[in-house]
Each structure stands twice: as C-alpha cells, then as structure tokens.
Design a protein around this ligand. Sequence first.
Ligand code: NAP
Length: 329
Amino acid sequence: MTSKKSWIHSFNTVQENNYDIIIVGGGPAGLTAGLYASRSKMRTLLLERMGCGGQNAITDWIENYPGFPEGINGFELASKFEEQARKFGLEIKTEGVISIESTSQDISGKAVRTENGVYAATAVVIAAGASFKNLNVPGEVELRGKGVSYCATCDAPFFKEKDVAVVGGGNSAVQEAVYITRFAKSVTLIHRRDRLRATAILQEKAKNNPKIRFKLESVVKSIQGGEQVESITTENVKTGAKEDLNVQGVFIFIGHVPNTEFLRDTVKKDDSGYILTDENMQTSLSGVFACGDARKKLLRQVVTACGEGAAAAFAAQEYVEEKRGTAYK
Ligand code: NAP
C-alpha cells in the first residue's frame, strides 16, 4: 500500500493532475458549479463515481425547474446540464472520491484521492449529493431487485397491471406514486403520519388519481416473498393493528442520507452528516466549498442545487484568484 507521504509527493510532481478547481459529484449542483468554473476559465475537473445527473436523472418529470413550462424529463435535463458544462471545457472523469485533504497552504494545497489516483487542486467543491434511505425491515434487502425498488423511472414499467405499495409521505413518494399509476393496477401509499409532507399540488394530483389509495398512520413492518415480492405487513402506529397487503412491488421513498462519509472529519457536518457551510458555500476548511443535497439547508430542489453550485464555483474561483495573487479587489 502506498504511504500517505509518498502519494502526496507523487501528486505534487504530476502537473497534468493539477487543477484550479475540483468538483466532487455530477448532479445538478456539481454540473452547474462545473459550468460556472469552466466558463470563468478555471482549469476544472469534475469527478463522478457513476454517470452524471444525480437523482435528477432518475426523475421522470420535473415541472418546477424554470424555463420548461411543460416540464422536462429528469434525464433529459441532466444531459443538457452536462452538455452545457462540457461546452465550456469542463473535464469529467468517472472516479469515486475516497478522501479530500488539505496538504499545504500552497496553490495546489488540496489533495483529492480517488480509487484511481490523486489529484491536486487549489479549491474543491463538494457536490456529492445524497442516497436513498433504507427502510431496514425484514425482506427489504433479500427482495431488492425482486420487487423492492427505490427508482420508479427505472422499475415502474415492470409492474404493469400489478398491485404496488409506495412508502413515504414526501414529494418523492407522492410524485412517484402518481407516475407508477401509468403502469400499475393499484398503488397503496403508506405513510407513518396522518397527513402527507408533500406539497399541496402533488397531494392534489395523488388524491385525484383513482388508482391511488392512502394508508396513513401506518408503517411497513416486513416484506414477504420468494422469487418476487408477494406481500407486506403493515402496522397502524396508533392502534398497533397489523395487516397483510398483497402487493408485487414495494417502492421506498423515505428520504435520503448525504454522501459525505468519505469526508470523515475533513469538514464540519451536522448530526445527520449534512455539510455545514456559510452563505457563500464555504465549509469549515478554507478552500473547500459545498453545494447541493449534501449541504445542510432548508430546500432540496434542482433549482436550489443549481443556485448553490453557481455560488460555490464563484466563491472557489475567488479563492483561487486570491491564492494566485490576481484577485480583483
Ligand atoms: P423527504 O422530504 O425527506 O420525505 C421523506 C418521507 O419519508 C417523509 O414523509 C418521512 O416521514 C418519511 N420517512 C422517513 N423515514 C421513514 C421511515 N423510517 N419509515 C417510514 N417513513 C419514513 O424526502 P423526499 O420525498 O425523498 O424528498 C427529498 C427532497 O427532494 C425534498 O426536499 C423534496 O422537497 C425534494 N423533492 C422535490 C420534488 C418536487 O419538487 N417535485 C420531488 C421529489 C423530491 P415524516 O414526514 O414523518 O418525516
């Protein structure tokens, strides 16, 4: 195994691995940061562990991103973001980031380590997003891909004329429940409270959809099946009454956990792992900025992710200019 001293030495000597700004994550926040940084003539690298687009890319229809009055498919929007960022020179590599370290106060003082190597940067923008939260009930792991799903756009077409359960009461659960009705015979939306968290317009759509029924104040206790999901057991949170529901699919949309574990203690986070920043997206570590769903904030939307990505890139650019001694003051 390479010692820390030797990999720091090796990245310092490899000029082609030196960037002004490195962005971690290729969702809307990261791609917008990439667009702004590249357009400002910063030598910018975006590192994304899978394909670009983030959760946005697996959303069927986005109707609250300005400029698309009819709405737009999430994958299409993500592809447009990527195309626009690349047009201005953003370099994108498919590599998962393992750690970020501040190695010195020099111009190349940040080391970004991936599974393939080490890159140096003056500033880093973390836009690592968030991942789906698990329900953690018996049967969930065993039946994943056999009826248990976290992505309606990917899997809903497999449930033509089937009975399906959707778990959660937020925007994702309600929006995706409506989408799944294009295929499924029935959708039972199961939520632990007596009312939904989702915005009024989405609730209205779901309530007006004859294929959707609501099972409120209920939680899923277990998922049963063999080769495929066959049923779930729910429990009423008030009465404790249990019920078995015959369904062939269970879509789980109960929120997210931020993808910030790789950072360990590099930057300050809240108790749930969301990165703390000031209003300029500056984290607790000078020269490291954060934006998008991995950041602690009130509203998680494509439009807020993009706004933060632009702000983070601008702040990172100012940091680079200061390090170079070329800041316009
Ligand atoms: P969310 O807003 O955090 O909602 C998660 C839902 O799951 C909540 O209703 C929560 O219940 C429930 N839940 C959490 N843990 C649970 C558990 N262990 N068992 C059962 N239920 C559980 O997450 P989201 O819906 O995925 O949305 C994430 C973000 O993306 C939000 O900011 C949302 O506004 C945004 N988004 C926006 C749109 C849109 O604008 N069209 C679409 C999708 C997502 P409680 O309510 O009791 O906490």
